[in-house]
Design a protein around this ligand. Structure first.
Ligand code: SF4
Length: 413
């Protein structure tokens, strides 16, 4: 198959991103080597603010899963997890992560780690899916450390006070258990400050993503999927705030000079669902070669928790983490998508049906049809997976994407 010519203009901030992420892993490594801080494992949309405010270094197994996907090693590890009783149909972040652990391998070894950092405690929130509970329990058992969970209902239609209060109370209930591990008293002012930093980081991240409303868009989905690292793993720290100020300034400069992420942007696409981590770079080249920019996505938008409010840190954390797209009903998701289609001037939608992540595959219960009958924006669905590349047929998908783009071009003319 001919490789598309790259027309991508790289973001200069990528160097600063690398430095910011390297420093994050260096802090984790220091905690492993010196035990200067306790280590908490947290789900990607779990209570990171609470953990950072209580002095933990925080490690995110999903970030590790994405690293395994992006480094194209997940396929090597998934069968090991399957051989230990995990179905190949469940989350491939989970199976690749546990498989790598069982093989005693991790991309972190390149950064000097012997293994993934041993947790002192694990904390999950089921707002994204229930798999995370099983995933964290595996490690809690293995390391013989406590695991705590916030149980958020799925398919939330209306965000009622009873849901918010229940989740806020579960956040509060984490505190005494976390205190036992840190052996320090919880400090409400520190928590407020961490919530403020998280809020500020999220607002900057929103602004970064919203620069894509400009035509041409200065950023595309493939950039965003990489540059979202700090908001995922350093949410609630000054590091994330500092990084997004730099990235935002670069994007605003691009807008001023009319520089697009895809230089001759003709079509604007919305990507729904998970990235194909093992195909990020070739997909970026493919879309650039057909003058198409993926300007917005469900995935990258998921880390905008701007309802966080230091005045009400527990209530607002509950609100922010229950308002999240993935936890909402299809009815609510459709409202969010309708607005995004309009705000980002979307010409077409690609739904990625990820084999092992039903929660982040929004095409399965008729949503694409319902949305299309309302706004008449064409769409296609492609089958694949976040980490398990065996679920993805590249040839078939490229044909489907190129045909779709041709149809959209004709339609636009
Ligand atoms: S939301 Fe999907 S990808 Fe994320 S942990 Fe759950 S199943 Fe895995």
């Amino acid at each position: 198959m001919n490789q598309p010519q790259s027309k991508i203009i790289k973001l200069q901030s990528a160097n600063e991103l690398r430095r910011t992420m390297d420093c994050y892993f260096a802090r984790l490594k220091e905690a492993v080597d010196t035990r200067n801080k306790k280590i908490a494992w947290c789900t990607s949309v779990g209570p990171a603010e609470l953990l950072y405010s209580m002095g933990f270094e925080v490690y995110f197994p999903e970030n590790h899963g994405a690293m395994l996907g992006a480094s194209k090693t997940a396929d090597k590890y998934i069968p090991t997890a399957v051989a230990h009783g995990y179905s190949p149909e469940i989350c491939s972040y989970l199976t690749s992560d546990i498989g790598a652990f069982l093989q005693n391998e991790t991309p972190l070894q390149k950064s000097g780690f012997k293994s993934v950092p041993k947790p002192d405690i694990l904390v999950y929130n089921t707002n994204q899916c229930h798999e995370v509970g099983d995933w964290f329990m595996y490690y809690a058992k293995h390391f013989n450390v406590p695991v705590l969970g916030v149980n958020t209902p799925l398919w939330i239609n209306e965000l009622t006070p009873s849901i918010i209060n229940s989740v806020a109370n579960q956040f509060k209930d984490l505190v005494p258990e976390l205190e036992k591990v840190t052996e320090q008293k919880f400090d409400l002012d520190k928590f407020r400050e961490t919530v403020r930093l998280s809020h500020d980081g999220c607002v900057l991240w929103r602004k970064v993503l919203e620069t894509a409303m400009h035509k041409p868009s200065p950023i595309n989905f493939f950039d965003s999927a990489i540059h979202m690292g700090p908001i995922v793993v350093m949410r609630g720290t000054q590091y994330a705030v500092d990084y997004y100020k730099i990235l935002l300034a670069e994007l605003q400069e691009r807008i001023k000079n009319n520089i697009g992420a895809v230089p001759s942007e003709k079509l604007r696409i919305y990507w729904d669902g998970m990235p194909l981590w093992y195909k990020l770079s070739s997909m970026a080249k493919l879309f650039a070669s057909i003058d198409t920019c993926i300007v917005a996505s469900t995935y990258c938008n998921s880390w905008i928790f701007d309802d966080l409010d230091p005045k009400e840190p527990f209530q607002s954390s509950a609100l922010a983490y229950c308002k999240l797209f993935i936890v909402r009903s299809d009815e609510e998701k459709q409202k969010v998508l309708e607005k995004l289609m309009f705000d980002f001037s979307i010409d077409g939608i690609i739904y990625h049906d990820a084999k092992t992540c039903s929660r982040n595959s929004n095409n399965r219960f008729g949503l694409p049809n319902r949305l299309n009958s309302k706004n008449n924006i064409p769409y296609i669905e492609i089958n694949g997976d976040l980490c398990d590349s065996r679920c993805y047929s590249e040839e078939q998908s490229i044909i489907a994407i190129e045909t779709f783009i041709k149809q959209l071009s004709i339609r636009k003319q």
